[in-house]
Write a protein that binds this ligand. Structure first.
Ligand SMILES: Nc1nc2c(ncn2[C@@H]2O[C@H](COP(=O)(O)OP(=O)(O)OP(=O)(O)O)[C@@H](O)[C@H]2O)c(=O)[nH]1
Length: 203
């Protein structure tokens, strides 16, 4: 039987408790959203396969608990991750300030050369915004990483964010291992199983 995927990438989401890590993963993997908040205990994962540059990429997305008391468990998972998504909440300034600490935690616990991505989640809550897009843009530039504002609720930029990280990992690994299949200039980036059509509503 043919293999169902070409590559398996392990991704990890980190960030303060309540910023929406679990909701982002559920939106990405199941196209669903729930307003009820159940704090993650320890660690969990979901899977979705996407099509990037003609390759089937199986994404194993690990969800970590943001609470400090789970730190010893969650940091143990950094090492195996090929991509780490740092999440803050645009309505919660503290969660943005803490991104510096999460960056430090990556430096201390993850593999060198891990791809990173910054997400400002809950962008559907424009009226309650505390963190300006420019602040996050600046931070992302300082760290040389990509940045998206997302909404797990409206699904704004969720597929784009995961796909962009997967693509960066693919291009990076392509340079080393995939030889002729490496296509750095292609912009053909699409997901297999669903299209993101929702707009980010304000309010
Ligand atoms: N309006 C809005 N609410 C969101 C969004 N994403 C998550 N939430 C809400 O924020 C709360 C926390 O979401 P979670 O995904 O459980 O947060 P978490 O980062 O996984 O939290 P921990 O598991 O404690 O680390 C829930 O009530 C969600 O419904 C979003 O994009 N927009």
């Amino acid at each position: 039987m043919a293999k169902a995927y070409d590559h398996l990438f392990k991704l990890l989401l980190i960030g303060d408790s309540g910023v929406g890590k679990t909701c982002l993963i559920i939106r990405f993997a199941e196209d669903n959203f729930n307003n009820t908040y159940i704090s993650t205990i320890g660690i969990d994962f979901k899977i979705r396969t996407v099509d990037i540059e003609g390759k089937k990429i199986k994404l194993q997305v690990w969800d970590t608990a943001g609470q400090e008391r789970f730190k010893t468990i969650t940091t143990a998972y950094y090492r195996g991750a090929m991509g780490i998504i740092l999440v803050y909440d645009i309505t919660d300034e503290k969660s943005f300030e803490n991104i510096q600490n999460w960056m430090k935690s990556i430096k201390e616990n993850a593999s060198a050369g891990v791809e990173r991505l910054l997400l400002g989640n809950k962008c559907d809550m424009e009226a309650k915004r505390k963190v300006q897009k420019e602040q996050a843009d600046k931070l992302a530039r300082e760290h040389g990483i990509r940045f998206f504002e997302t909404s797990a609720k409206s699904s704004m930029n969720v597929d784009e964010a995961f796909s962009s990280l997967a693509r960066d990992i693919l291009l990076k690994s392509g340079g080393r291992r995939l030889g002729n299949s490496y296509k750095p200039h292609s912009t053909d980036l699409k997901t297999c199983d669903k299209k993101n059509t929702n707009k980010c509503s304000l309010g």
